[in-house]
Structure formats: structure tokens, C-alpha cells
Design a protein. Structure first.
Length: 293
């Protein structure tokens, strides 16, 4: 995969994960010492909310702040301090997507970082083909439909961002990607006949890649486990980072990582995978839909 700003998607995505890991370790150290967020914030000349954002991995870290917090938390071992300061330095690596800040909402930047660092991505989609699987023409149609008043230059930037994201699936450290697409997502037209034909052909081809599993939930099955709508599940190679469920909304997003909540989505995803036809049967469904266009 090509490098963007001398940082690969895996590296910059990893920086988001490191930020979250460092934040969780800082929270653990603070709670072990019985120190409030307010007191921690005071020690680094910041607010309680700043400490909260740091512990959630939502902001970058200043080395001086980390040093002061470690001192406050009683971390005197030089090896431990050096490891955490090194993690802070790695966590501050800017992601390639920062250059798309003009068309990328802040709440979605975290997701792109996590997507780039995941070892397994599982998705269920019902409205349209998932962004990582869209052709350029289909993506253009989706963006235009969603942003009807956007100038052409902005539409092109949004499409370019989506295509850049797709490189994660063919990178050296490509994740396993398991998609369940509702038949509705494949029948709803975006663009003209040739756009839809190209999109379906692309799905047939890309589903042959060894790291990609694609299933179609057909109308003929009737009601199914995905009644709550589209969602994404991200799993990471780091053992101390829990799975994350991503739920995109109109102007924001939810990131769920509580074990009981993730477990519910895990069960839904397992049922969707079990109830949908297998990959080869799903390719046959795609070929049948292609004949109908």
C-alpha cells in the first residue's frame, strides 16, 4: 500500500489505538491512587473534562502533561515511565485522513483510525453497499445523493477519501473483513444502470479475495436478527483493547465497548452470518441481481 504523508494507514490507525491504550492506562493509574479527575486536571493546569478526553483517547498528548501525571500517580520506575512516554509519542502520529479535514467530521476521524488498526472488521449494512466495498462511480452517486447541495470539488474530495480508506483491505496488514449486506442495499439504485452493474460486478470480484467474506441476506429469508439497523464491529490485535461497535448517526456516532453491549451485537452478527447464504451462494445471488438490471 502506498504511503500518505510518509505514514501508512496501519501506522496512523495504530496511533489511535495507542492513544486509547495510553488513556486507559492513565485512568487505571489515577483510579488506583484514588485521585479525582479534577485533581489530576489541576496538576497539569487543565480542566476535569480535559482529563476525561485524555483517558478516552480523544485528544493528543503533551509529554510534559504525561510526565506530571505519572509523577502525581506515583509512577517512579524509569522503565515504566519511558514506556508510557514512548506510547504517548507514537499516539501523536497524525493520520493520513487529517489532510481531508475539510470534508471529514471530527467524530468520524476516530473511526477511520480504528478501522485502519483493526485485525477484523465485521459489518451489517442495509441502506447501501458499505464504503469499503464501493466503486468510485457508486461512491460518487451515494455522496451526491447524501450531499445534494455540495459543490463538485467537495463531492470529489469525499469520494477520494472513501477510495483512500479502501486501501486498508489490500495493505500488507490487511484485516479480515466479513460483510453481511441486506438485499435491500443491493436493489436500491444509486446512479444509473451502468453504475449498479459495475458495483455488483465489483462485489462478485472482491468477494473472492482471501481476507474478504461477503454474504447477502435475501428478502426471501423474511425478518432477521439485524432489525436494529446497520452496525460495524472492530476487533484489534492488541489483547488489552476490547472490541468496539460503531453506530453511525446523522451528525455523530456511538462507540460501544462495554462487554455486555458488545456481546449483544456479537450475537446478532453471528445469527446474521448463520442465517445468510454462504459466500458462494451469495455470489450466485449477486449474479442473479446483475441479470435483473
Amino acid at each position: 500500500m502506498g504511503r500518505v504523508g510518509d505514514v501508512t494507514a496501519a501506522e496512523s490507525g495504530g496511533s489511535v489505538v495507542r492513544r486509547i491504550l495510553l488513556g486507559s492506562q492513565l485512568r487505571r493509574l489515577r483510579e488506583t491512587r484514588g485521585i479525582t479527575r479534577e485533581a489530576a486536571g489541576y496538576s497539569i493546569r487543565a480542566s476535569e473534562s480535559k482529563i476525561s478526553r485524555m483517558e478516552l483517547g480523544r485528544v493528543s498528548f503533551k509529554a510534559r502533561d504525561i510526565e506530571d501525571l505519572l509523577t502525581l500517580y506515583g509512577v517512579a520506575d524509569e522503565g515504566e515511565r519511558a514506556a508510557l512516554l514512548g506510547l504517548a509519542k507514537e499516539a501523536n502520529v497524525a493520520g493520513w485522513w487529517h489532510s481531508f479535514g475539510d470534508v471529514l467530521p471530527g467524530w468520524f476521524q476516530t473511526y477511520i483510525g480504528l478501522e485502519g488498526a483493526a485485525s477484523l472488521i465485521r459489518i451489517y449494512e442495509v441502506q447501501f453497499v458499505h464504503g469499503l466495498l464501493q466503486t468510485e462511480a457508486y461512491a460518487h452517486a451515494v455522496v451526491t445523493r447524501g450531499q445534494p447541495d455540495a459543490p463538485c470539488a467537495e463531492v470529489e474530495r469525499r469520494v477520494a477519501l472513501r477510495l483512500e480508506r479502501q486501501k486498508v483491505l489490500v495493505s500488507e496488514r490487511a484485516p479480515r473483513f466479513h460483510a453481511v449486506l441486506d438485499e435491500a442495499a443491493l436493489r436500491r439504485p444509486y446512479g444509473d444502470r451502468s453504475v449498479m452493474q459495475g458495483q455488483l460486478k465489483h462485489l462478485i470480484e472482491i468477494s473472492e479475495q482471501p481476507n474478504i467474506t461477503l454474504q447477502v441476506m435475501p428478502f426471501s429469508f423474511g425478518g432477521h436478527a439485524g432489525e436494529s439497523g446497520a452496525f460495524t464491529m472492530l476487533s484489534f490485535p492488541e489483547s488489552d483493547l476490547s472490541d468496539v461497535v460503531f453506530l453511525e448517526q446523522l451528525t455523530s456516532a456511538l462507540y460501544l465497548d462495554k462487554r455486555e453491549e458488545v456481546a449483544q451485537y456479537e450475537r446478532v452478527m453471528a445469527r446474521l452470518q448463520e442465517d445468510s447464504p454462504g459466500p458462494e451462494e451469495s455470489r450466485d445471488l449477486l449474479r442473479g441481481l446483475l441479470q435483473l438490471i
